[in-house]
Design a protein around this ligand. Structure first.
Ligand SMILES: [Fe+2]
Length: 88
């Protein structure tokens, strides 16, 4: 379950980042606010899942698994290009 919570946290964190980028680039202020609000929601989901993982697992071990997951993801992304995409 801890692994699933960490995967969920990572997905939410990346959604948060994408919505932040969208909100910062849009000229339409109403749409920018819409995406900024989504960014805030995703940030809350990300921290919620991460905190659930920390509450169900041993904190030090969970933090290590979280860091390992981030490193693994970073290694994967090195070969995926540098162009920003929403579903890339
Ligand atoms: Fe979410």
């Amino acid at each position: 379950m801890v692994h699933r919570l960490l995967y969920a946290a990572l997905i939410e964190a990346r959604s948060c980042e994408r919505f932040r980028l969208l909100s910062e680039q849009l000229k339409d202020q109403e749409l920018a606010k819409f995406y900024k609000d989504l960014m805030v929601s995703e940030a809350n989901h990300y921290t919620l899942f991460l905190n659930f993982a920390r509450s169900y697992g041993e904190r030090k071990l969970v933090n290590q698994k979280w860091n390992d997951l981030l490193v693994f993801e970073a290694e994967l992304m090195k070969d995926l290009g540098t162009k920003g995409t929403v579903h890339g």
